[in-house]
Write a protein that binds this ligand. Structure first.
Ligand code: MG
Length: 237
């Protein structure tokens, strides 16, 4: 799974390096597909419940599950790249948010707070803690910083299947939920909105957007729970 995680990062990096105004999200997706093919991995998302592309690419008010297409990126767009890689029987999964060109002040803060909320959540992924400890760490950090936590989507266990038990919400009470054990692999993935937390799904049955039209960011790590420090299987390269 560490190898799957590395392959996911290779694909995300290839897309991130190519991000530029006037590039379409479909072009980015092709870069992802090529990067995974070069790594002899299959895109986990393609065909998953009928999802038509290798990557989920979500722009601005799109929270997650954006479908790549003809949309052209413009300077200042907030773009989330979410990738899964299937290799030798296991899945890897991670997401990272970038800005095309120069970010405005709020975008910079939204990305910093969301990335740091992921770090806060990951730090709780230790044997003996509970899923609620991760959830509480993410939520309390985000709300202290004036942004909101999406309720309708959550992180998950991962392994031979892309989504496994337990669900890993980004909001909740300390000490609640399933207990974490060494050997568990979790995807911790705060989805954080600039405005209110409410979201809805577009008519394409995939794209989740904010209700108020404000922007959203999403950072995801796949993490191995151990008796000691959490082991991040999708380190940034
Ligand atoms: Mg995930």
């Amino acid at each position: 799974m560490r190898e799957c995680g590395r392959k996911v990062r290779v694909a995300i990096k290839a897309m991130a390096d190519a991000l530029a105004p006037d590039m379409s999200t479909a072009e980015l997706d092709a870069i992802c597909e090529d990067a995974l093919a070069a790594e002899k991995a299959r895109p986990s998302f393609k065909g998953y419940r009928g999802f038509p592309a290798a990557a989920c690419i979500s722009v601005n008010d799109e929270v997650v599950h954006g479908i790549p297409g003809p949309r052209l990126l413009v300077e200042g767009d907030v773009v989330t790249l979410d990738v899964g890689a299937f290799f030798e029987g296991f899945h890897g999964d991670a997401a990272w948010t970038y800005v095309v060109g120069e970010p405005d002040e709020t975008a910079t803060r939204l990305l910093n707070v969301t990335r740091e909320s992921l770090n806060q959540g990951v730090a709780q992924a230790k044997a003996g803690n509970t899923v609620g400890d991760i959830a509480y760490a993410v939520q309390s950090y985000v709300e202290r910083n004036g942004f909101s936590v999406v309720r309708d989507l959550v992180g998950h266990g991962i392994g031979r299947n892309l989504h496994e038990e337990p669900s890993v919400p980004n909001f909740g009470r300390r000490g609640s939920g399933p207990k974490l054990k060494a050997g568990m692999t979790l995807c911790i993935e705060p989805m954080i909105n600039e405005g209110k937390y409410h979201v809805h799904c577009l008519d394409d049955h995939w794209t989740i957007v904010t209700q108020d039209g404000k922007r959203s960011a999403h950072f995801e790590h796949m993490v191995l729970v151990t008796e000691g420090a959490p082991d991040i299987l999708t380190p940034v390269i």
